[in-house]
Write a protein that binds this ligand. Structure first.
Ligand SMILES: Nc1ncnc2c1ncn2[C@@H]1O[C@H](COP(=O)(O)OP(=O)(O)OP(=O)(O)O)[C@@H](O)[C@H]1O
Ligand SMILES: [Mg+2]
Length: 228
């Protein structure tokens, strides 16, 4: 199996005035192509900070992060955004759909800056909505959908750029367990059928148990790497 992400001695400090908050204290781990991995740890242990670094939304204070063999920890704004758009789809606990837009318009958001014509964009969005079982809701706004349905649309949006990696920061955290399981089933299908690499932060042991591997984070360090 080949390595898609390799983090070596990753540190993250947040500096606020005179305060130096040392959040990540030397994170080491690798993720293989096609892995379905969960990250667990207490609130405040640094999981979202780590996900933001993995997902190129933020950069580490020090350490090496190789994504597909490329050292990306030193990349700045535009370069980070470019790699992120090509490789990574993000799903968050709070969906972050735009309330005034329909499902298909929300899914189209990442395509807006790509210069793709309207017809092609629409077709691709409908295809993506189909993949997550939301085609019948393409012209519904977020307020007309349940939490699980909104999260499916958010996943369709994450998939629109055909990323090889999907990152979820507590993607089932706002859903009841039945709906959360449906979203999890979708992630498992994307992993098995489309060979996507998935990294999911979760507090839910039932979600974690369905992943091939769980990395446990405590006080900014990886303390256990559990494989099933
Ligand atoms: N942008 C920021 N500026 C300053 N401090 C931050 C920032 N983001 C996070 N922190 C701090 O870093 C620590 C880790 O936060 P983080 O969000 O990574 O935790 P978490 O493991 O995701 O927690 P939760 O399970 O509650 O989501 C916390 O003490 C938090 O207050
Ligand atoms: Mg968090």
């Amino acid at each position: 199996m080949s390595i898609v992400m390799k983090l070596t001695d990753i540190h993250k400090h947040y500096y606020m005035g005179d305060n130096d908050l040392h959040v990540l204290k030397g994170i080491n781990f690798e993720v293989n192509h096609g892995e379905l991995l969960s990250i667990m740890g207490a609130s405040g242990s640094g999981k979202s900070t780590l996900m933001n670094i993995i997902g190129l939304l933020d950069h580490p204070t020090s350490g090496s992060y190789k994504l597909d063999g490329k050292e990306v920890s030193t990349f700045t704004g535009d370069d980070r955004a470019m790699i992120r758009n090509q490789m990574i789809g993000f799903v968050f606990q709070q969906f972050f759909l735009l309330p005034r837009l329909t499902a298909v318009q929300n899914v189209a958001m990442p395509l807006i800056y790509r210069g793709i014509n309207k017809k092609e964009s629409y077709d691709r969005c409908m295809e993506s909505l189909k993949k997550v079982g939301m085609i019948d809701y393409h012209d519904h706004r977020p307020s007309e959908m349940s939490g699980g349905q909104q999260q499916r649309v958010a996943i369709a949006r994450a998939l629109i750029g055909e990323p090889s990696i999907i990152l979820g920061d507590e993607p089932t955290g706002a859903l009841d367990s039945k709906i959360g399981q449906e979203v999890m089933d979708l992630f498992i299908r994307l992993n098995e059928e489309e060979k996507k690499t998935l990294v999911l932060v979760t507090h839910d042991p039932k979600v974690s148990a369905q992943c091939q591997r769980t990395v446990h984070v405590k006080d900014g360090l990886v303390v256990d790497d559990e494989r099933r």
